[in-house]
Write a protein that binds this ligand. Structure first.
Ligand code: MN
Length: 193
């Protein structure tokens, strides 16, 4: 799903979310691509994993959020590509708009694709291994596509067994606040209070 889908779902006169500008390559280039995990309090609280790839943010909604525990297989539903600028968006999406609610940059950093294949090819094949260098999420993760009921938008996000894996505790509860600003969801929802 392309940036066209992103644009068609939003009224940029009403929401402060970034318009889908053409790629500017500010974060690509020689550096590693970025990743971000938004914590998004929309109709239901969920997390959105976004990986910079080919000038956009490939995006998945993760209802239960990411985990550090390799035993957890977290459903990750592919959604429309988001513009690169969205990696810097933290704020409120107004009532009545698509995705209305508060969006927090829960984690961010860079990542690299693991293996011989480039990211887009690995995604097309249905299995992408990455190494994340975030503030909260670190080390190996795999996204595996599942063909559940003929749908191809459903993936599983699984932590790889490595030094950064943790079998106890819940990172979502232990570190609930913004990686960017340190703010809570309430502080983002009502700035200045
Ligand atoms: Mn979302």
């Amino acid at each position: 799903m392309s940036l066209k889908d992103y644009r068609s779902k939003r009224d940029f006169r009403k929401t402060a979310e970034p318009k889908a500008a053409a790629k500017r390559g500010k974060s690509g280039g020689a550096g590693r691509p970025r990743f971000v995990v938004h914590k998004h309090d929309a109709r239901q609280l969920h997390y959105d994993l976004r990986l910079e790839m080919e000038g956009v943010l490939k995006s998945w909604a993760v209802p239960k959020g990411p985990s550090l525990n390799p035993r957890d297989k977290r459903l990750a539903v592919a959604v429309e590509d988001h513009p690169l600028d969205y990696a810097d968006f933290e704020g409120s999406i107004p009532e009545g708009e698509y995705g209305a609610g508060t969006a927090m940059i829960w984690d961010e950093g860079s990542y690299e694709v693991v293996g011989d294949e480039a990211g887009p090819q690995a995604l097309a094949r249905g299995e992408l291994k990455v190494r994340l260098a975030g503030q909260k999420l670190k080390g190996g993760y795999v996204l595996v596509r599942t063909k559940w009921r003929g749908e191809d938008k459903n993936w599983l996000l699984i932590k790889e067994k490595d030094d950064q894996a943790r079998e106890d505790g819940d990172i979502l509860k232990k570190q609930p606040d913004s990686a960017r600003s340190g703010r809570t969801m309430e502080e983002i929802a009502a700035p200045g209070e």
